[in-house]
Design a protein around this ligand. Structure first.
Ligand SMILES: Cc1cc2nc3c(=O)[nH]c(=O)nc-3n(C[C@H](O)[C@H](O)[C@H](O)COP(=O)(O)O)c2cc1C
Length: 493
């Protein structure tokens, strides 16, 4: 909470107690350290400043805007390469500024952390792009720098070119990617939660004792992919394990989320379908010994705001003029056998791409006065998660998402910083009046702001490593990987 806060008792929890006032929705600003993240073609607009992504001041200013508006988290997506080498994966990407060039968000976060006080920062890091020992140390460092405001979006990678940048032939087979992720999180949990006891760092100048050797432990991880002796080189940061985000949609992905994630991304087409996905993931979570509320859900939405509905529609039409059909088609892999994007007027019935079938059927039902073409598909992609209307109408729609069980919204931008400024100036005040948005930050690290406590709760698999490596202790958590990978230290650092 800021020093000037008028409200001494902000509500930190995501879920209001039964019978109490409506709980606020959480808001993340969904961004990427690049020009064209999701809404392709909009960078050409005169007000689009996402082309200034190389300039750290762009992000610092945006972070300050978001903090003033009481957004919870600035959330950075990331990739580790292009999708592949085909025309659509390379030429179109390069022409459109589609995630290339792009800079490392994890490095950027330290600059943003020192220019803000309350805003959370999520970084996306693929399990193959960074050795877990190094990654754990980078995150601990960031968590120290930010006083505990760091989150990690755990991803397993989808880009073949990305995989080739890290020595593989192609992206690893799907279920194997999640096995890899299981071992990866196991290593970092051991380092973050188990390696250092809470009171190991003494810095006792009189006794000349900087830290207590009996309270710092090697982890001796020996697994299929990693051998990590430890100890963790960083002392415990405010959150130890960063807040954990995940966005898997397959069954393995949702099982991973149910076991590990504290916040899950949704890109659900409707509140009803979101409710179903939430219920399914929470049911899976209880199977892992967690409580349903341990996993929270963020729906991705973009907004076009007008003082009248007519004005909002006119603005939406203006955005539509900038839509890059090639950009959306390439990003959603709607390509011919040679990997080329289809010309915009290609009838949808002639498109071979498997992934486009469902959309093609949906569009055929909605466009009945003419033959649907691939450009319609791109427009559908651009507008499917979009709410167009007055602040009141937008608040009504957000209330529907909340009623479906959604905890927060990932605000997808059209332009940086304008989309976030408009949302802050025109939508958030009305939401606050309805009790749907926070007016002040709660105290403490990011996890404390969202869940009431800075550390993972005891039901999370990482918590099982707390105290697991102390001398004479052989109490180990339930294995999240094969049992032979769970080895315990003798306690002698
Ligand atoms: C809103 C959202 C954001 C995502 N951000 C990233 C990202 O930044 N980097 C990445 O490699 N994958 C990202 N993904 C992909 C997911 O991590 C995941 O691989 C994908 O949803 C497919 O799920 P599955 O692996 O369970 O099949 C994102 C997915 C969604 C829905």
């Amino acid at each position: 909470m800021s020093a000037s806060s008028p409200d001494p008792t902000p509500q930190p929890l995501l879920h209001a107690a039964p019978g109490s006032a409506r709980r606020p929705l959480r808001f993340n600003a969904f961004v990427m350290n690049t020009t064209s993240h999701i809404q392709h073609g909009q960078w050409r607009r005169p007000d689009a400043q996402q082309t200034r992504f190389n300039d750290v001041r762009t992000w610092i200013e945006l972070a300050r805007t978001l903090e003033a508006a009481k957004f919870d988290t600035m959330f950075f997506a990331d990739v580790s390469g292009l999708y592949g080498d085909a025309d659509a994966d390379f030429d179109v990407y390069v022409r459109e500024g589609l995630q290339i060039p792009s800079n490392d968000p994890t490095v950027l976060l330290s600059a943003l952390a020192v220019n803000t006080e309350h805003l959370g920062f999520a970084t996306t890091s693929n399990v193959f792009q960074n050795h877990p020992f190094n990654f754990a140390r980078q995150i601990s460092t960031l968590d120290h720098i930010s006083d505990g405001r760091i989150a990690w979006n755990v991803v397993t990678g989808m880009q073949d070119n990305g995989a080739r940048n890290y020595g593989m032939d192609r992206v690893t087979e799907h279920s194997e990617r999640y096995r890899w992720a299981q071992e990866y999180v196991d290593v970092v949990y051991k380092l973050w939660e188990g390696s250092w006891d809470e009171d190991a760092l003494l810095q006792d100048k009189e006794r000349g004792l900087h830290a207590d050797p009996s309270k710092i432990h090697k982890i001796h991880h020996r697994g299929e992919r990693y051998r990590v002796e430890g100890p963790h080189l960083s002392s415990p940061s405010p959150q130890r394990t960063p807040l954990l985000f995940q966005a898997g949609s397959s069954l393995s992905g949702r099982r991973f989320a149910a076991q590990h994630a504290e916040a899950v991304f949704l890109v659900s087409p409707s509140p009803a379908l979101a409710a179903q996905q939430i219920a399914e993931t929470r049911a899976l979570a209880t199977g892992f010994g967690r409580e349903p509320g341990d996993v929270t859900f963020y729906q991705g939405l973009s907004f076009v705001i007008g003082s009248t509905e007519e004005e909002a529609r006119a603005k939406a039409a203006e955005y539509d003029e900038y839509i890059s059909v090639d950009g959306y088609l390439a990003h959603s892999a709607v390509v011919d056998r040679a990997g080329r994007v289809y010309p915009p007027d290609t009838p949808l019935k002639d498109v071979q791409t498997d992934g486009a079938r469902g959309f093609a059927e949906w569009l055929s039902k909605h466009i009945t006065d003419r033959e649907p073409v691939v450009a319609d598909l791109a427009r559908q992609r651009a507008t499917s998660q979009r709410i167009v209307g007055t602040p009141e109408q937008i608040a009504d729609r957000l209330q529907e998402w909340q009623a479906a069980g959604v905890d927060g919204i990932n605000v997808i931008n059209w332009v940086i910083p304008g989309s976030f400024e408009e949302f802050a100036d025109h939508v958030l005040p009305g939401l606050r009046a309805r009790g749907l948005a926070q007016s002040e930050y709660a105290e403490g690290p990011l996890r404390q702001k969202l869940f009431g406590s800075p550390r993972l709760n005891d039901r999370h698999p990482a918590a099982g490593y707390r105290g697991a490596y102390g001398e004479g202790r052989a109490v180990l958590p339930a294995p999240t990987t094969a049992p032979d990978r769970l080895t315990v230290s003798s306690g002698t650092p």
